[in-house]
Design a protein around this ligand. Structure first.
Ligand code: C2E
Ligand code: CA
Ligand code: CA
Length: 607
């Protein structure tokens, strides 16, 4: 019984001192402090000051009676919680005591064991309540602390989420945008087209893909460097953005090619194409105080239900771009469905014709002499071989520009190239005197053929089996082709070069090749595209291009061959620039040559 009362205090209120003494004697417990008051008023004052743990309260007292005292104790915040036990005489209204807020009552005459039991019970209850309150208070405090921490954590979390969201946005921006121009990239265009094609299947409201090629971009890139090239691309992107509607989707497809996806029918997109063309006609790119005119070539491809994939649309777009290029000059072209269908039919037709020609040996080898221009040329005669197709139906010879494209598209070009190699190496090595008089023979290879990793070994084993000296073979690769497959081209070239085979960079000036590429691939000579040469005596820009290409090749110690030399005036200008070789109708029109014809051609060269 000592435990709960230890360090507790008890207030006994009674107007009769004997009653107090009696209770005190009953409750003389160690650690229990006992206070006493002989009136309600004193009890109120004492309770407020001393905060006892329990009050034993007599009911009948002069002044305010026990019930009133209790009511007032309960009405005061400081004392409201202190349990009150009434000490009641017979006849007191116990119910009234509970109404006044009493916790319990002891009936007079009091019995010691009952008094102790009740007091003990209430003190313990009080102590437990106190502890509970304390625990609650602590809990409350901890809840508040945790809440504060949570708020803080929440804030941090929100910051982290925002940061992550920002990074995600940034990542998806980088994945969908061209980092030079900040317009969309090819992947983003693909996604957009796929969505549009799905929409078009449901309801065909009309949409177009517009392709834009910059015709003279490479001149800027070459003459002023990549930084200028990038700046030009950015200016073009800005111009497009300014001309387009907000919903039009602008993407850069790489190189100098841009695409616009417009969700409008062709009759609304063509005026935009014309406007873009007009802006380019008045546009000059200025760098280092010099102005460069940039031509734009535009093709508009209406998108309709027949398109089922992005690749299919891009194939059509490539065809359209090719037709614009073929037609030359700055132009806008609407690639009509009927036009492309006719083209596609023709192209499929070509696939059959080419397969047929391969089967029936309808290809022919033409030779064209390469003319040494001055003392810088190496001695001995050189020829380039060119493929021709014999069309049995029309009894006519077909030149390669008509069928190389379809042959590449239908993956027949490598068979044609392999046929040419076999034929040229076989025929020349079968005629030792011709081979002896020839210092070099060139064969053209398509970039598509270079993709086949077995080609290098095929060439080597062919050289070996016919006993053809590898250093007399030159392989011509066109600039754009070599660059598209840079790594494949490199492996192929290095393998063959190790055996003495030479390489010429063909059509130099038409693609994107620059000094850098020329250095990366082990070329032995450079062939300047005929388009720059044929009118260089009248066109200053082309003359300047030829001069700069010759300079570039000279810096790398690569001999130059100029193509399309049709008039003596051109030969003179090329000589003046120090160009060692020329090729063209002026000297020799490509022709099929028998062994006798080759021997006759070689005669002057033979000792
Ligand atoms: P290329 O290699 O640049 O060949 C030069 C082309 O210019 C040849 O056309 C030739 O006939 C033509 N040419 C030569 N001199 C003159 C001239 O003075 N004036 C004009 N206007 N043209 C001249 P061709 O034979 O029609 O060949 C065209 C292209 O087809 C070639 O361009 C080459 O890229 C490709 N090609 C030719 N034979 C083969 C081959 O066996 N395999 C592959 N993959 N491509 C070939
Ligand atoms: Ca060539
Ligand atoms: Ca060429």
């Amino acid at each position: 019984m000592t435990q709960p009362v230890a360090s507790s205090s008890l207030l006994i209120v009674d107007d009769t001192p004997e009653n107090i003494d009696l209770l005190v004697s009953m409750l003389a417990l160690p650690g229990l402090q006992i206070l006493a008051a002989n009136s309600g008023e004193r009890a109120l004052a004492l309770a407020e000051r001393k905060q006892p743990d329990l009050i034993l309260l007599d009911v009948m007292m002069p002044g305010i009676d026990g019930f009133e005292t209790c009511r007032r104790l309960k009405a005061q915040a400081a004392t409201a919680d202190i349990p009150v036990v009434f000490v009641t005489a017979l006849g007191d209204d116990v119910a009234k005591g509970f109404e006044a807020g009493g916790a319990d009552y002891l009936a007079k005459p009091v019995r010691a064991d009952e008094v102790r039991a009740r007091v003990h019970h209430h003190l313990e209850r009080r102590r437990l309540l106190r502890e509970l309150q304390q625990v609650n208070a602590q809990l409350e405090q901890r809840v508040q602390e945790r809440t504060r921490e949570l708020v803080q954590l929440n804030r941090q979390l929100r910051e982290e989420i925002n940061e992550r969201r920002f990074m995600q946005d940034r990542l998806s921006y980088l994945a969908t945008h061209d980092f030079i121009t900040r317009v969309y990239n090819r992947d983003a265009l693909e996604e957009q087209v796929v969505r549009l094609l799905a929409d078009t299947q449901r309801s065909d409201n009309g949409a177009c893909l517009m392709l834009l090629d910059l015709a003279r971009f490479r001149i800027v890139n070459e003459a002023c460097g990549y930084i200028a090239g990038d700046e030009l691309l950015r200016q073009v992107a800005d111009m497009l953005a300014a001309l387009c509607l907000p919903d039009d989707f602008i993407a850069r497809l790489g190189g100098d090619r841009f695409a616009l996806l417009c969700r409008r029918p062709p009759d609304q997109v063509m005026p935009l194409a014309q406007r873009i063309k007009g802006v380019f006609e008045g546009f000059e790119f200025v760098w280092d105080g010099r102005a460069y005119r940039i031509d734009a070539r535009l093709a508009v491809i209406p998108i309709h239900r027949d398109f089922v994939s992005f690749d299919q649309l891009m194939t059509k777009a490539d065809e359209a771009a090719y037709l614009v290029r073929r037609d030359g000059g700055p132009s806008v072209r609407l690639h009509r469905a009927d036009v492309h269908e006719a083209d596609a039919r023709e192209s499929v037709n070509w696939a059959y014709r080419l397969m047929d020609a391969l089967k029936h040996q309808h290809f022919r080898v033409y030779f064209q002499r390469i003319q040494p221009l001055g003392e810088r040329a190496a001695p001995g005669l050189r020829f380039e071989t060119l493929v021709r197709l014999w069309d049995a139906e029309t009894q006519r010879v077909v030149a390669p520009p008509a069928f190389i494209g379809p042959a590449e598209r239908y993956q027949l070009i490598d068979q044609i190239d392999r046929w040419m190699l076999r034929e040229v190496l076989g025929r020349l090595s079968a005629s030792p005197s011709v081979l002896a008089g020839m210092s070099q023979v060139s064969v053209n290879l398509s970039a598509y053929s270079l993709r086949d990793p077995t080609l290098a070994d095929t060439v080597l084993s062919q050289l070996q089996s016919c006993g053809f000296p590898p250093h007399k073979l030159c392989i011509e690769i066109t600039e754009s082709g070599a660059i598209v497959n840079l790594s494949a081209a490199k492996v192929f070239m290095e393998t063959l070069k190790a055996h003495g085979v030479a390489f010429a960079l063909d059509d130099f000036g038409t693609g994107f090749a620059s000094f850098g590429y020329l250095k990366q691939l082990p070329f032995n000579s450079v062939k300047i595209d005929g388009a720059f040469v044929r009118d260089m005596d009248t066109d200053h820009a082309n003359a300047a291009m030829v001069a700069s290409m010759v300079q570039m090749a000279d810096a790398l110690a690569l001999p130059v061959v100029a193509e399309f030399v049709e008039r003596p005036a051109l030969a003179e200008r090329l000589k003046a620039l120090g160009v060692p070789y020329a090729q063209g109708y002026l000297y020799h029109r490509p022709e099929e040559m028998t062994e006798a014809a080759l021997q006759a051609a070689l005669k002057p060269a033979l000792p």
